[in-house]
Design a protein. Structure first.
Length: 125
């Protein structure tokens, strides 16, 4: 393994394309193995995302906001996580929760804004 690790020195994991995608990842990973959460997100993206140049793009907040809870649950989300995801998508989509505005805030204020969102606790924030 040492030679493999040395050959990857400096390589960073890919970051999600948007803060919304990052928060959806945080919700799906709560109290699950990373492998299970990865498969659930894969189903969400394949079902509700869009394909561009052979790559999948995660669903927009507006798309998930309009998605029935049962359809989100059919991707593997629990009812509670489906509710959190849909609710967050609605707030981001209609502008009542501006994730991009978090970049302008100090860490404490951004953290407070995140933990005040249903479905995001201290670990997720």
């Amino acid at each position: 393994m040492g030679s493999v690790v040395r050959s990857l020195n400096g390589l960073k994991p890919l970051r999600p394309a948007s803060l919304f995608e990052m928060v959806v990842i945080a919700i799906t990973e709560q109290q699950l193995s990373l492998a299970a959460a990865f498969h659930i997100r894969g189903r969400l993206v394949a079902r509700f995302g869009t394909r561009y140049a052979g790559l999948w793009i995660s669903p927009a907040p507006e798309t998930l906001a309009e998605t029935p809870l049962d359809d989100l649950m059919n991707c593997g989300l629990s009812r509670r996580k489906a509710e959190y995801t849909k609710s967050l998508a609605q707030r981001v989509g209609d502008g009542t929760f501006d994730l991009d505005a978090l970049a302008q805030k100090n860490d404490a204020d951004a953290y407070a804004d995140l933990v005040n969102q249903r479905g995001l606790g201290p670990w997720s924030a």
